[in-house]
Design a protein around this ligand. Structure first.
Ligand SMILES: [Cu+2]
Length: 172
């Protein structure tokens, strides 16, 4: 569903850009005094810039209301797991867990910025954070159902970014 929304949004923006190009192309044969064009350009620019701020402000507010996963917190009995990302793999100090067991993944990177996204069997995101060199970002997860989960990189990090993967097994 999210992929579809992203796809349609992209298509709409591309159509808009094509529309602008076509409009400019059609009107490019008309000659106008430079001074008047410049003045008009500034007014149009100001109008569109304010419009853009309003549109992006509303879109950001609406889309940040809801994350596609739970925002979990630290818990006393949580298992600590070291999760290190590198070109092009993930290293997890533990990858077998039980349902209902609170876990914190301490996520870092050995080289460049990576993403650390945990996906369930249906490729629905469960949790995510950035994997950054010299920083450790905690991700709190409590798996609610058994299955095979995947860790995927969410930040383009180089030529083999798409093969970066780790597996997590969750049992009852
Ligand atoms: Cu990557």
């Amino acid at each position: 569903m999210y992929q579809q929304a992203a796809w349609f949004t992209t298509i709409i923006f591309i159509a808009g850009i094509i529309g602008v190009f076509v409009y400019v192309l059609i009107n490019s044969s008309q000659k106008e005094e430079y001074a008047s064009v410049k003045h008009k350009g500034h007014t149009v620019q100001k109008f569109y810039f304010l419009g853009l701020i309003v549109v992006l402000g509303i879109a950001t507010t609406i889309t940040l209301q809801d994350l596609p996963f739970d925002r979990a917190k630290a818990q006393e009995n949580q298992i600590e797991v070291d999760a290190t990302a590198m070109q092009f793999a993930f290293e997890l100090s533990q990858n077998e867990f039980k349902v209902g067991q609170p876990i914190v993944f301490n996520v870092t990177s050995k080289d460049v910025n990576h993403g650390f996204g945990i996906y369930d069997d249906n490729m629905q995101i469960v949790a995510q954070t950035q994997a950054m060199p010299e920083y450790t970002n905690p991700v709190y997860v409590t798996f609610k159902k058994p299955g095979t989960y995947k860790v995927l990189c969410l930040e383009y990090c180089g030529i083999a970014h798409h093969v970066m993967q780790a597996t997590i097994t969750v049992t009852e």
